[in-house]
Design a protein around this ligand. Sequence first.
Ligand SMILES: Cc1ncc(COP(=O)(O)O)c(C=O)c1O
Length: 396
Amino acid sequence: MKISASIRSLKPSATIAAAAKAKELKNKGVKVYEFTLGEPDFTTPQHIQDAAIAAMKAGHTHYTPSGGIAELKQAICSAYERDHGLQYQPSEVLVSNGAKHSIHNLLTATCEPGDEVIIPTPYWVSYSALVELTGATPVMVDTTEESGFCMSAEQFESAITEKTRLMMLNNPCNPTGAAYPVKALEAIAQVAVERDVLVMSDEIYEKLIYEGSEFRSLPTLREGMWDRTVVVSGVSKAYAMTGWRIGWAMGPAEVIKAMDKLQSQETSNPCSISQYAAIAALNGPQECVEEMRKEFAVRREYVLERLRALPQVTFAEPGGAFYAFFNVAAHFGRPLGGGKVVDNASDFCTALLEEAHVALVTGDAFGAPGYVRLSFATDMETLKAGFDRLEAFLSA
Ligand SMILES: Cc1ncc(COP(=O)(O)O)c(C=O)c1O
């Protein structure tokens, strides 16, 4: 069987692969302390589940318009007006099967061989892989722990060439948790407007912001930014709805229309029942979002306290999302846990899983060698036991 060259060179998602490895060990009856998955451990709030059941009973079990039902598009527009003062029209919104699908649609609709796409690094695993699928070239801009993993406007500007087609910003960021200060975002927006660069602003973690950080949606920052931004987001993280697969893209109608054309050929429509559930999420009571955020904030404090106590580990405090991203390179070249010497973050994660049964994701997957990612979207008991084991592994 011949597999196409683009799929042969496509790497499988490293986070999904790490979770699968942990699961394999679990299936053998081993208790695994699992910190790989980027999904809230909470159940979808009851009123959202009820709306899905009601939708099924009302017969909403058929195909819908390819880009999503009008009521959901309107609910998305109303939510952005309520939360950010942004005025989008339903024709500027496309609902997809999760934000990941929105990103794929956007890249496929706008990029082709010869184009360059600027990606601040560390980046979310799928960014570079999805850019490569279009034949365009990812241009990585390395950020540092010292800068809180935020790309500066100067770095952005010096990466722009006449081939630049798009810049992919993720704020707050997976894997680093970086939440861009408003001033830094304004400076980036200024460059985008002056140099006329289209920006994808992946804001899927916008509701998960912690004390000391602030979130502003990119198109609000500067005149001229609205028509150069495609906002990508969804219900997965804010409403604990990862399995429902509803995400969206919002931006200039011309781009959205092109993405809709692709989606109509590709998947028809996002799940009808999930679309009704998403309406309930966006239009319904928002207290559940804050309750979950508060719980994440408590876990984040605990994680930071434990990270500070780990030997020779450095990190930048995450201002948003639910990840801790820390550097373990000082431990390379010496025996760890069961006496194994590791030389890189991937081997570190393998040894940690095999010896201590703690599952993290290697920074190599995010373009950040020497780092590992821990998701704190898990209960305190698991966090405590996991950190005890990690500490023992590093100290052995
Ligand atoms: C930065 C970022 N963008 C997009 C997504 C995709 O979310 P979904 O496809 O569940 O809407 C994720 C999920 O982990 C993410 O971390």
